[in-house]
Design a protein around this ligand. Structure first.
Ligand SMILES: Nc1ncnc2c1ncn2[C@@H]1O[C@H](COP(=O)(O)OP(=O)(O)OP(=O)(O)O)[C@@H](O)[C@H]1O
Length: 337
């Protein structure tokens, strides 16, 4: 773990305090081998300004589609119902023209491969300055000064020199920080990060994520982080949403959900403890496989893999809790992990 650094506070802030994001009753369906299938079902979450919400779950649980739905980037043929509100504005009904205006500026995204978001032939400084000029409508000289400030803030030494280099002359960690600076350039009202550090080595991952979490906290930007890695969740997130087969199973503050998991699925994920997960960097394996979206059983779709399942689990889902929400008829005792 790297030591936390105290960062200079930004001189320019968003004109108005950004409001958070609120997702209510989100359903995403896609055409599949047996017609249209519900992939994500009845998902609700919220992320306040400066808060980091992590979405975790096994491969195929719908983490990326949820993030893509929030950023208006779902694949062709996807059908969405429910609501995604950012600062009180409904996003699910925006036209593509409105999205083009919003995306990258108000809703920024960071992906797994940092080099993929950079032009391979252009100096990274020029790329960052162009994005700053576009989003902030400033002159080149001001954009350059802002670029230096952003890169310093993201822990990059000698930013003037670094800005002259092209991506292949930089390490993956440096490229990811440049990509982060570009994502932050528009002073977004929401940051979506899908496995942003998976391609980096473990020590750099933690440092980049810590800097990112500090920056969004200072800038009051809500951040939704998609990850497989419980150690990442523990290190940087405030809240966590545990997805199983496209549905919420457990949701609440990290300190509560990961330390005192109640849903048998979360219990299984955390059974070896986040620090053991940290060593592997992936979710632990659980016996069995999740159902395909077109083959979901009625009731709780985790029931076929669940040691606590009882007959009611085959027919109905039950939701309890408020700050720490849970969908389970037979939750585990709230034991400390
Ligand atoms: N373009 C698409 N067309 C049809 N089905 C898709 C498409 N994209 C994703 N899916 C299906 O939707 C489900 C959820 O996919 P998604 O990528 O959101 O999962 P994930 O939790 O992010 O997985 P991973 O951790 O492997 O990235 C999967 O069953 C996947 O096969």
């Amino acid at each position: 773990m790297c030591a936390l650094r105290s960062l200079p506070s930004p001189q320019t802030k968003s004109p108005a305090p950004a409001a958070g994001v609120e997702v209510t009753g989100l359903n995403i369906s896609l055409p599949g081998p047996r017609g249209r299938s519900a992939i994500v079902r009845d998902l609700s979450l919220s992320c306040a300004p400066g808060e980091v919400l992590a979405i975790v779950g096994e491969s195929g649980s719908g983490k990326s589609l949820t993030s893509l739905a929030i950023s208006g980037l779902l694949p062709e043929g996807a059908h969405v119902t429910g609501s995604v509100r950012l600062g009180g504005r409904e996003l699910t009904t925006l036209s593509e023209r409105k999205w083009r205006d919003l995306r990258g500026r108000e809703v920024a995204m960071i992906f797994q491969n940092p080099r993929g978001s950079l032009h391979p032939m252009l100096p990274v400084g020029r790329q960052l300055i162009e994005v700053l000029r576009l989003h902030r409508r400033t002159r080149r000289v001001e954009a350059r000064a802002e670029a230096v400030k952003l890169l310093t803030r993201l822990g990059l030494p000698d930013p003037q020199n670094l800005m002259l280099r092209v991506p292949h002359q930089l390490s993956g960690g440096m490229c990811q920080r440049i990509a982060l600076a570009m994502a932050l350039a528009g002073r977004p009202r929401l940051l979506l990060a899908d496995e942003p550090t998976t391609a980096l080595d473990a020590a750099v991952q933690v440092e980049v994520l810590r800097l990112l979490a500090e920056t969004v906290a200072e800038e009051r930007i809500p951040m939704i982080l998609v990850t497989h890695d419980l150690a990442v969740v523990e290190a940087v997130a405030d809240k966590v949403l545990v997805l199983y087969a496209g549905e919420m199973r457990e949701y609440g503050p990290v300190s509560s959900v990961l330390q005192r998991p109640r849903h048998p699925y979360t219990v299984a994920l955390t059974a070896s403890g986040p620090s053991a997960a940290h060593r592997r960097g992936r979710l632990p394996q659980i016996d069995g496989t999740p159902p395909a979206p077109w083959d979901r059983p009625p009731g709780c779709s985790f029931a076929p893999r669940c040691a606590n399942a009882s007959p009611i689990c085959q027919t109905e889902l039950a939701e309890t809790g408020n700050a720490h929400r849970l969908r389970c008829h037979n939750p585990a005792e709230a034991a400390h992990v």
